[in-house]
Write a protein that binds this ligand. Structure first.
Ligand code: HEC
Length: 444
């Protein structure tokens, strides 16, 4: 793994914004699809195996069918965004200390793929069973019974496995987010056991679950009652039943979310907070109230405009939530990002030196005049000590001097501490050489 870390090219700090933007988009798509699927599988399972009556079973089949209508959906909206998230993580979170995060992400990915596989088999066996029931006349026929039993057992097994798999994937995903937010400079460890039972992971998990249910109910409203291609044939008589459950379900689960968003705000670590984080949380809250308003209006007056509007507003909620999470993680990781950028600058300099490319040269005299001369002279004391005195100990120790300039430490009690000047390593090296050269000339 060390080799891998050596191979990854450090990136420039400016790219970290681009990476964050990609992360926000990939997370939004992934949250949207994955949570919709999870909510639908949980509800389907509940309606089919626990409620059991015909109406609920019919609804279960419809719910499951929507996110799995086409096998491209889970691949394009679930698997690919996850691969993007993982790849960006690999570029963004460089270093041994992040290895456990990458391993856990990979593990989550495997569980995700298995869950999708089982969810799809849950759906196809569901369809097969109802086709068999509808078309076969002789229900006592041996072949029919054999085929039916085989399918039923596969159906039950895949239902249970997809349910468990998706719930585990969701929990692992919550832990991963909590772990990334836990990053403390120089002391990064993912304590999975602690994270497994931490309040943060639990609240995050609960919040994701409510989103999952809302998405599933809102999706049912949108695709069954508004989207013309998938609109339900209401003459079947179950339309009103499905509409009522979906509407009430959506309202109840959305009502819970503002509270969870507020609790989460308190749980975000201090170093993750920023205007953007508060802004996106606030935005999500406003959107949720607008959606509740729309759903209420739909309750009074069945105009499909209201559900279309709610569905799209909810997608905006998911975008806000992703923005909140990613910007929080970005803030926590900022020290690390700066460290990586310094590596990048050194790397780039070395590369250019190797290739003999003339770069925009760093002028040490300019740096000295801009950054040092306000406090330092060679022969007299200003705010800082005169170089002719303090540079003696650095005469044969240039690296130590560079280190001091990059990261000043307290030396002489007679002086205040020197503030860091925010130089990048090549600048510090250049100015160090420059002042040592003049020092040597002075002492001749
Ligand atoms: C805001 C004022 C200020 C600026 C700007 C400043 N320094 Fe200093 N510098 C100080 C002070 C104060 C000390 C003494 C710190 C101490 O002894 O703890 C100091 C100490 C030093 C020392 C002696 C360290 C030692 O081991 O005794 C060196 C070398 C030095 N500065 C280099 C620089 C260089 C190079 C720059 C420009 C990149 C710079 N300083 C910019 C205030 C400043």
């Amino acid at each position: 793994m060390l080799l891998l870390n050596e191979m990854i090219i450090p990136f420039n700090y400016q790219y970290s914004n681009v990476l964050q933007l990609i992360q926000i988009l990939a997370h939004s798509i992934f949250y949207f699809y994955f949570l919709w699927l999870t909510g639908s599988v949980i509800l389907s399972y509940y309606f089919e195996f626990i409620r059991r009556d015909d109406a609920h079973t019919y609804f279960a089949k419809i719910l499951l069918n929507l996110p799995l209508k086409n096998l491209y959906f889970p691949i394009v909206l679930g698997v690919i965004p996850f691969v993007v998230i993982y790849s960006v993580d690999l570029i963004w979170l460089v270093g041994e200390e992040f290895q456990s995060i990458h391993n856990l992400t990979l593990f989550t990915f495997i569980i995700l793929i298995l869950s999708i596989y089982f969810a799809n088999s849950y759906k196809t066996t569901f369809e097969l069973i109802s086709v068999l029931q509808k078309t076969v006349g002789d229900k006592e026929d041996k072949d029919y019974l054999l085929l039916m039993n085989k399918n039923l057992s596969k159906h039950k097994k895949s239902a249970l496995l997809s349910l468990l798999g998706l719930l585990i994937t969701l929990y692992l995903f919550s832990i991963l987010t909590t772990a990334k937010l836990d990053y403390i400079k120089g002391d990064f460890r993912v304590d999975f056991i602690a994270n497994l039972f931490s309040l943060d992971s639990f609240v995050r998990y609960t919040y994701y679950l409510t989103i999952a249910f809302s998405l599933s109910f809102l999706g049912s409203l949108f695709f069954n009652f508004s989207w013309s291609e998938t609109r339900l044939d209401l003459s079947e008589g179950l339309g009103e039943f499905i509409k009522q459950i979906s509407l009430n379900g959506a309202i109840i689960t959305i009502l819970l979310q503002p509270l969870l968003i507020l609790i989460e705000l308190f749980l975000f670590p201090k170093n993750s907070l920023s205007y953007l984080l508060f802004l996106s949380s606030g935005f999500a809250l406003i959107l949720l109230f607008l959606i509740l308003n729309q759903l209420n209006a739909f309750k009074k007056e069945s105009n499909q405009f209201y559900i279309r509007y709610s569905f799209f507003l909810f997608i905006a909620v998911i975008l806000s939530v992703s923005t909140r999470d990613i910007s929080g993680i970005g803030n926590v990781l900022r020290p690390k990002t700066i460290e990586i950028t310094q590596k990048f600058v050194t790397y780039e300099e070395n590369l250019k030196a190797k290739l003999n490319i003339q770069t925009v040269s760093i002028n040490p005299e300019d740096i000295f005049n801009a950054k040092c001369s306000a406090c330092h002279r060679f022969d007299t004391k200003l705010v800082g000590p005169p170089y002719n005195i303090v540079l003696k100990k650095y005469e044969n120790n240039r690296d130590q001097l560079v280190k001091f300039i990059l990261n000043p430490v307290k030396v002489d009690p007679a002086y205040p501490p020197m503030p860091a000047q925010g130089l990048i390593p090549p600048e510090a090296e250049a100015v160090a050489d420059y002042i040592l050269k003049i020092y040597k000339e002075n002492s001749k």
